[in-house]
Design a protein around this ligand. Sequence first.
Ligand code: DGL
Length: 277
Amino acid sequence: MVANKIKKPIGVFDSGYGGLTVLKEIVTVLPQYDYLYLGDNARSPYGTRSFETVYDYTLECVQQLFSMGCELVILACNTASAKALRNIQQKDLPLIDTNKRVLGVIRPTTEIVGAYSKTGHIGVLGTTGTVASNSYPIEIKKFYPKMIVHQEACPMWVSLVENNEIESDGADYFIQKYLGLLLKQDKEIDTIILGCTHYPLLINKIKKYLPPSITILSQGEIVADSLCKYLEQHIELEQKCSKGGVVEFYTTDSSENFDKAASFFYGKAVKSKHLEL
Ligand code: DGL
């Protein structure tokens, strides 16, 4: 087991690099806490994997973060939030430790969508797994039963980001393609949720192919604000989280490779350690 220096960090988990776009916003809003980021790069992407596999991998990583001192873990991955969170919260946490908490990125996003949409017609873009899980429509309906939700899977977008093809013509092609397929479903869509950690990195090109009347919701800031409120409302948990402003990074794959790519997602240099699960 890898020994981390910090005592009770907030754990932030993702299948790989994508959750760094979420961590970046969380650290900006809540710089006082310690954080431990775990990217399961050795087994990413999760987006095309089965429900069972995503659940098994995510649970293993959450338990790892608990064993490293985390009392609170954020699943900063849409696919893991869609396919594993519910089971972990309802089935596993009561057996592991009833005081520990695991939160996802879907609920905070769906909760606030009503503040942006006038037509009540929402578009959701995500990985194949997130879309197939129907988590976004289900969660949105809980808060806004009358909203009409359409989804489109964008299986090429994660690859475009990870292969540094954002500026290529290929990116334009696939961005136009999936946005076209989404908008074709319903002309009244006025709010689009970027339901994948990688999509904010494509925002300039996404904007290029959408009318300015459509609001695009990126999750990083939304999740950060929601965590802020959560900690204010859960004082006992908040008091347990250590406050040293230290951020440590772990990857299940090569730390050298992780550090090379991670700065693009995190916005600054990252020095990670390898973790063997
Ligand atoms: N982090 C994943 C998500 O937000 C995208 C990458 C993957 O498929 O593993 O859904």
